[in-house]
Write a protein that binds this ligand. Structure first.
Ligand code: DGJ
Length: 530
């Protein structure tokens, strides 16, 4: 533990040394880049696909951390996501303890992975459980939000300046320390500001300050951004006024926390969302009121400009529900980003869907399980296979996602065939065909309906292809009376960005389509015509 003043002096001295001694200080900071309505997370100057393992909530401690690496490695993750606990980082006002952050950064470097830090500050799952004891035990100074009956809930009021200032100060200190420790190496590539913010236990804060704001007109800049008339919250939003108002209070609070952090070290920053799932409609009860749920997403985007992107904590294996949420959040002002999904085999194929939507990544929550059940083993195997397979061409995939050159086929039960449009060519994908030989007329599909396939369009006639339990056949539209043919099918891998062919596929390996089983395989396919 040390004092803020001494810490600032060391940081200042450290920055000066870095400025004069190290040309690599200029190495590019991670940043979110937007171009033609598409996004990429640039790490070391190029698009990067996040394939993350998120640790359980209480695992980011120096003594527990060593036990987590086996799970991270088993998953073939290229990124770890781990919490920074406000209560641990600032156990007394102004006294910072960087032991946990040091352990996270040092060990991530030893294990060759990037790190995304999750700031468990004023909010964690719609509550304030990670605020330090000195905040929790002084509600007169750090007021709670009040429910409709005037009862305090387990949330800090977003309308109390003292709460905001305390969080801003701590978060800025965290970012200052990251800049000092990691400003050259960029092990930490992104920061999540708070965790699943929103209010549980009430629909909005009813403190005196909040009530006064609620009964005023909503800011005209917000009304304009949302294409709404001027007026009071109730006039403008009717029955949704309470939830919109809470979303505004919380998004403004978090935006200011993010701004304070970015002012010292501008890493990409995001907010993750406890979603409003099918059938869940009660804000403050079914889900935290005022988090960045779909129904208030426009408001969040308008009122939190320092938050680069909004992530989805997407806990479902239902294809319809999963893809609906991805489609809702992948929009011209926000990329698809699965900030959390369950450690289950059933959602593994959806990683490819997210990539084909131009998504920046996919994070499996709670990978460091003490149990080793068959279900968890199957989950690790399914996600690890995908991460390995994409990991083999990660930069190519990230660039193609950014350029809109990725296509994916995901198996749905009862629908074993899918066609992907490649311009003059089509990829006919089928699930349940044998690895060799003719497929039955009635394709059965895979027993677990979990086949999936990814195509990177390199150009009109060259494709990188990989998949799991899938067959693909390339067919040419012969509208110019020319026939299609496979010119060359190379199996290989990328080493330091260069393609290395291991062997050519031909004969039995190409006569019945290109067949992918459970072993990670990458093909470079060149097609032609005669
Ligand atoms: C979502 C939260 O963001 C995580 O920290 C964790 O609590 C998981 N839920 C548990 O499912």
């Amino acid at each position: 533990m040390f004092s803020l003043a001494r810490f600032r002096y060391r940081l200042w001295a450290g920055c000066l040394c870095a400025l004069f001694a190290s040309p690599s200080f200029a190495a590019e900071l991670p940043r979110l880049v937007q171009q033609h309505g598409r996004f990429a997370l640039f790490v070391d100057g190029a698009p990067y696909t996040v394939m993350a393992a998120q640790l359980h909530n209480s695992s980011a401690w120096p003594d527990t951390l060593p036990d987590t690496w086996r799970s991270v490695e088993a998953l073939h993750a290229n990124t770890v996501e781990a919490p920074v606990y406000w209560e641990q980082f600032e156990p007394e006002p102004g006294h910072l303890d960087t032991t946990n952050i040091d352990a996270l950064i040092d060990q991530s470097r030893q294990h060759g992975v990037h790190l995304i830090l999750l700031w468990f500050g004023s909010w964690k799952n719609g509550q304030m459980h990670y605020a330090p004891g000195w905040i929790k035990s002084d509600p007169a100074h750090y007021p709670r939000a009040l429910d409709a009956h005037g009862e305090p809930v387990e949330d800090l009021s977003p309308y109390a300046a003292s709460n905001l200032q305390a969080d801003e100060k701590a978060f800025a200190a965290l970012m200052r320390y990251l800049k000092q420790k990691d400003g050259e190496q960029h092990t930490v590539i992104m920061v999540q500001v708070e965790n699943e913010p929103g209010m549980i236990g009430g629909i909005r804060d009813h403190s005196t300050a909040a009530n006064a704001a609620f009964h005023s007109r909503l800011p005209s800049s917000l009304a304009a951004a949302l294409h709404r008339p001027d007026g009071s919250w109730s006039d403008v939003f009717g029955n949704d006024a309470d939830e919109m108002f809470n979303a505004y209070g919380i998004s403004r609070y978090i935006d200011q926390v993010a701004a304070a952090g970015k002012a010292v070290y501008p890493l990409p920053m995001y907010v993750n969302t406890w979603l409003r799932y099918k059938g869940k409609h009660l804000p403050g009860d079914d889900y935290p009121s005022g988090g960045a749920t779909w129904n208030v997403l426009d408001l969040w985007k308008a009122s939190a400009p320092h938050i680069d992107l909004i992530g989805t904590d997407l806990y479902t294996t239902d294809y319809g529900e999963f893809t609906k949420v991805v489609d809702q959040y992948a929009r011209p002002d926000n990329p698809a980003w699965i900030s959390e999904t369950g450690d289950e085999a059933g959602n593994a194929p959806y990683f490819f869907y997210v990539l084909a939507k131009g998504g920046i990544g996919f994070s499996i929550f709670g990978v460091d399980n003490a149990d080793d059940t068959p279900a968890l083993q199957a989950a690790t195997a399914a996600h690890a296979r995908n991460f390995q397979l994409v990991g083999a061409m990660q930069r190519q995939v990230a660039k193609a996602a950014f350029d809109g050159r990725l296509l994916a086929a995901i198996e749905l039960r009862g629908q074993p065939k899918k066609t992907l449009d490649l311009g003059r060519w089509q990829a006919k994908v089928s699930f349940g065909a044998p690895m060799w030989g003719d497929a039955p007329a009635e394709l059965p599909g895979n027993p677990s309906a979990d086949g999936h396939l990814l195509i990177v369009r390199q150009n009109d006639t060259e494709f990188l292809v990989s998949g799991v339990d899938a067959r693909v056949e390339f067919e040419r539209h012969n509208d110019d009376h020319r026939h299609g043919q496979l010119l060359r099918v190379e199996q290989g891998s990328f080493i330091d960005g260069q393609w290395h062919m291991q062997r050519l596929w031909n004969g039995d390996e190409t006569d019945y389509g290109l067949n992918f089983g459970s072993r990670p395989t990458l093909l470079r396919v060149t097609v032609g015509s005669y």
